[in-house]
Structures are given as C-alpha cells and as structure tokens.
Design a binder for this molecule. Structure first.
Ligand code: PMP
Length: 425
C-alpha cells in the first residue's frame, strides 16, 4: 500500500486529496462492507460519496452489466439508438413529476449541472444566475461558478454572473423564527432581483440538502417561497438532486419535494449507476429541445452505464429503499442525538433519511473544528467504519450509507461512531 501511495503522489496531482493519514486501497466489496489491500474490512457509511446506492456486488446490477458487455458493445456512440438509454429516460421522465419531461444523460453530476446552466441561460438569454451560499455543484467552469464555497473553486473566472442567496445559513439568524427567516430570505431574493445587473435572470440552482456543504438542509418551504418570486419573473428553478435524489432523504423521492414544488429542471448522477459513471438532466421537453446545438458529451448514457442504471433503479423501486432510508435514518439520527448531542464538542446533529451529519466544534468558544472532525474520521476507520466529512469549514462528519443498509448494520455503525466520538472528544 505505502508503495502505491508513493506512486500515486509521484504521478498524480497534489490537489487530488485522499482521506486518512494512511490512505486505503479498497480491493473488494460486498453488501455494505469493503475490504482493503491489507485485508481489513470496513462497514461503509459513506458509499463512495453516496455513489454506491445499493451497496457492493449487487447481482442484479452485475448481471445487467455483464449481459451488455457480452454483446461486445461497451459503447459505440450516441449517434445510434441505445435501447436501455431510451427505457431509462422513459422511467426517469415519469418519476420526475415534470410534465412532458425529456432526459439527457451525462457522465457526471458536473456535466449535468453544466447542461442545466446551458438550458437555462440559453432559454432566458441571460448570464445571470442565482445560487445558494455554501453550495456545491461541481468543478467545471459553470458548475464551479455556482458553487458557493471558495474552497472548491479552482478559478474566479466565471462564464455566468452569480448572485448567492440565503437559505441554508439558518443558524446564523437564531433571533428569527422559522417564518421570519423565510420572509427574510424572500426579501433578500427580491433585493437581489431589484439590483441584478441585467433585467432577466436565467435560473436559481439549489441543492435541497447541501451535500459537500455538510448535509445542510434548506428549511422546508424555502424553495416554494423562492419559486413564487421566480415565477413572477419567469426565472427557472433547477434542483440539483445529485445527492438527494432516488429516495435518499427518506420522506421524498426527490429532495425538492420537501418544499412542495416541482422544479423546471432536475440534475442527477452518482447513485443512479451504483458506481458506473452516469448523470443527467431531466427538464420540461420544450426547454430541453431549445438547446441550439447538442448535449455536452457524446459518451453520456453509454450502454454499460445505462444498463447498470436501469438495474439499479429497478432494484431501488422494487425494494422500496426510500422507506428503508426513512426508517433507518430516523433510527440513526435519534440514536446519535441521544448518545452524542450533549458532548461539548458536538455543535449540531441533523439528518434527512440516510444523510446524517454531526458538526464538531471547539468546546471552548464553539468555533468549527476541522481538526476534531479529522480525528474522529481516523478513529472511526481504526474501529472499522468509513465515514465522510464536509461543511463550509470541514468540521462536519457526514454519514450516508448505501440505501440497502440493514438495521443490524445501522446499529453497528452507530455504535462505532458514538465510541469514536467519545474516544476522541
Ligand atoms: N452536485 C452535487 C450536489 C454534488 O454533491 C456533486 C458531487 N459531489 C456534484 C454535483 C458533481 O458531481 P460529479 O462529481 O459526479 O461531477
């Protein structure tokens, strides 16, 4: 392993960050567990940043991919018809709740958001875009431009003009009631629109629960309040469902449903392929058709990725994994609250389905503590549990196990997490 790490450092960019003081090489996986090259097995509570939605080595997905590979065609081109792509698009269009929806497939969430920005800015003939503070939408020029966290930007050059809105910074306004906070956000949006440098604004892009931003939840109803104002101006609403889609948040199939609104555009990626590279955009058909040239990649929705995605989606729906996310998410958030909320280093415990977060703070003064988060991450790994971190200051522990998690595994992971927090703090 150490040899591989040395070779990685020698030949790959220094900014390609690796988790852990001793990074691990995962060589196999089954269910919710992975094994590294030293033969150590871990319970996976991060699922490749929510990518391995069903867990590892799912026969239905493996067989679908093998079947496609046996045809000899991994990919030809999107110039030819691809049956599994059309079938998957039909399924996603129907699930989206968007009327007369059409779907375009990409290879990643970044490309999906880039496409969504293209759709919106072209349709509205405007380079003015709204985004939420502390957001993460990817690292291409457009996706990076609407990412509201400087730490994830490689460039301050931007193809769009972005105005950042309040919403997921609820905790900065403790003196306001929930209703007052929503009114404050609505007023903020009106102010931004009144002072925007162009008369037309293309869209608002938002994550219903910010992923990289630390599983920070947009207060329920916020996007409905925003939507009312957007509608007055014909501004489009784009929901980035890369982390919140497919039932992950438990209560809803799409994260934005917590706000009681249907967006004009949704983007998705990650979990859909259960590890195979796929992303996409679903949007109102007329809006989708209005793009003047072509989609942004000829490779998105290739037959192997769409075979994997179709098998994943079929499995997810047949096993009602949304209900599992809801049930075990509650168990985990309640368990965490009971066990660790009172620790002086714990600033907040929150969860939406199987997106669970613990903020770590300095016990003297309450400042966000990325150092403590890093230590808990190491300790959990030592005890056999993989988790993630994130948040504006890197002080948030993020837990997002595969949606196929069992109750026994939930209890086991919770136990390790609580022990790790108590040991370090
Ligand atoms: N949007 C969100 C909400 C994400 O969490 C991510 C990835 N972390 C992206 C977009 C970008 O997706 P990808 O890494 O597949 O390009």
């Amino acid at each position: 392993m150490s040899n591989l790490l040395g070779r990685h450092r020698a030949v790959m960019p220094s900014w390609l960050s690796l988790y852990y003081e001793q990074p691990i090489e995962i060589v196999s996986g089954r269910g919710r567990r992975v094994t590294d090259s030293d033969g150590r097995t871990y319970l996976d509570f991060f699922a490749g940043i929510l990518t391995t939605m069903l867990g590892y080595d799912v026969p239905e997905v493996r067989e679908a991919v093998e079947r496609q590979l046996r045809t000899g065609v991994a990919h030809t081109s999107t110039l030819y018809l691809i049956r599994s792509q059309v079938e998957l698009a039909e399924q996603i269009a129907a699930l989206s709740g968007i009327a007369d929806a059409k779907v375009f497939f990409t290879n990643s969430g970044t490309e999906a958001n880039e496409t969504a920005l293209l759709l919106a800015t072209n349709a509205r003939r405007s380079d003015q875009v709204l985004a939420l503070r502390n957001s993460y939408h990817g690292r291409s020029y457009g996706a990076m431009a609407v990412t509201g966290n400087r730490g994830w930007k490689n460039s301050s050059l931007s193809p769009v003009n972005v105005h950042y809105l309040h919403g997921t910074d609820r905790d900065r306004f403790p003196h306001l009631s929930d209703e007052e906070f929503l009114a404050f956000c609505a007023d903020d949006l009106r102010q931004v629109l009144a002072t925007a440098t162009a008369t037309d604004v293309a869209c608002l892009i938002a994550e219903p629960v910010q992923g990289v931003g630390g599983f920070t939840v947009a207060p329920d109803g916020l996007l409905a309040r925003y939507r009312e104002i957007l509608d007055e101006h014909g501004i489009l609403l784009v929901s980035d469902e890369v982390q919140t889609g497919w039932g992950r948040t438990g209560e809803h199939f799409w994260g934005i449903q917590a706000h009681g609104v249907t967006p004009d555009v949704m983007t998705f990626a990650k979990g859909l392929g259960n590890g195979f590279a796929i992303g996409g955009v679903v949007a109102d058909g007329a809006l989708m058709d209005a793009l003047p040239a072509n989609g942004i990649s000829t490779f998105g929705g290739n037959p192997v990725a769409t075979a994997a995605a179709k098998a994943t989606l079929d499995y997810l729906l047949a096993h009602d994994l949304q209900a599992n996310a809801r049930r075990l998410g509650r168990l985990l958030v309640d368990g965490l609250r009971t066990a660790v909320e009172k620790l002086p280093v714990v600033g907040d415990v929150r969860g939406r389905g199987l997106m669970l977060a613990v903020d770590l703070v300095d016990p003297d003064g309450g400042a966000p503590s990325p150092a403590l988060a890093a230590r808990v991450l190491e300790e959990a790994k030592r005890r056999g549990l993989l988790i993630g971190k994130g948040g504006l200051h890197g002080h948030t522990l993020r837990m997002a196990p595969p949606l196929t998690l069992t109750e026994d595994e939930a209890t086991e992971g919770l136990g390790i997490l609580v022990d790790s927090l108590t040991a370090v703090c």
